[in-house]
Ligand binder design. Structure first.
Ligand SMILES: C[S@@+](CC[C@H](N)C(=O)[O-])C[C@H]1O[C@@H](n2cnc3c(N)ncnc32)[C@H](O)[C@@H]1O
Length: 269
């Protein structure tokens, strides 16, 4: 694939988005990514189950918001390398007219963005190459303004993202800034990394991330709850993500110690 050979994509070094892709069973990864992925799995064997559960949470939230809350506009900040089904595939299966704006700041995700542009003809998708730390720029981007009607409810997703911001106030500012501009009736969904359920192996995971120069901030339940202040939490509230409206077939099949994220969905009153 020509795009993958673009000069700014260094495939000689392991890379976060491609490690995630490898562990999820994707094909957009290289030897250094696979080596780093295997290293992480040795440190914490739960990692694959955890990542799969994160992706499954995103699918359930998309279906829930589209089917049960009538949301047809989505802003997904921190999309990741496309892995079917992507958010637009999930929500357009319910509402073909749905419009989805994806945001990521990684050139690797940008190189694969055409896989996100496969919108149903009745709806639309767009991609913004931007940093979540600059929410003002995301909200002002023409791709967003041309795709979403900000006077109507939006589903905002920050899935497996907030742990990349070490500073708690900064992470809250980023999420708040976007939530504040959304109209009443909008929803905010997030997964927030925590070491509450397996502190020892997860301390080693954090050390490994830090040794690769990557940020990884674990947060307590109380800290995770802060992201949803002022919002009305949908049942069952803030829980480990595999316990948020699980598909009946998966209930009881996942060990809590293998899940290092809280998940919740809140409605803006
Ligand atoms: C763990 S993946 C999550 C992907 C997807 N949300 C999911 O849950 O499957 C994290 C993604 O966030 C992106 N990312 C990390 N820091 C970012 C930032 N400051 N701004 C925008 N995207 C960022 C990475 O490039 C990567 O694609």
């Amino acid at each position: 694939m020509g795009d993958e050979q673009a000069p700014d994509l260094d495939i000689t070094r392991a890379h976060g988005a491609r490690i995630y892709d490898y562990i999820l069973g994707g094909k957009d990864n290289y030897e250094p990514d696979r080596t780093a992925g295997e290293e992480s799995l040795r440190v914490w064997p739960g990692l694959r189950i955890h990542m799969q559960a994160n992706r499954a949470f995103m699918h359930r939230v998309g279906r829930f918001l589209a089917a049960e809350r009538g949301i047809s506009q989505f802003l997904d900040i921190g999309t990741g390398i496309p892995t079917p089904p992507n958010l637009h595939e999930v929500v357009q299966a319910v509402t073909p007219e749905a419009r989805i704006v994806y945001v990521d700041n990684d050139p690797i995700v940008l190189a694969h963005a055409r896989a996100l542009m496969t919108s149903d003809r009745k709806g639309r998708t767009a991609y913004i190459d931007a940093d979540m730390r600059a929410p003002e720029a995301i909200l002002a981007a023409p791709q967003l303004r041309d795709t979403l009607d900000l006077s109507q409810p939006i589903g905002l997703l920050l899935i497996a993202m907030l742990h990349f911001i070490e500073d708690d106030d900064e992470a809250l500012r980023v999420a708040r800034h976007v939530i504040d501009v959304l109209p009443s009736g909008s929803y905010f969904a997030a997964t927030i990394a925590t070491d509450d359920f397996a502190p020892e192996p997860l301390a080693r995971v954090r050390d490994l991330y830090h040794s690769h120069g990557e940020t990884l901030r674990w947060r307590t339940r109380a800290q995770a709850q802060q992201f949803f202040e002022g919002l009305e939490l949908e049942e069952p509230g803030l829980v480990q993500m595999h316990k948020w409206r699980p598909d009946p077939i998966h209930i009881g099949t996942i060990d809590d110690a293998d899940i290092a994220m809280y998940g919740a969905v809140g409605r803006k009153p």
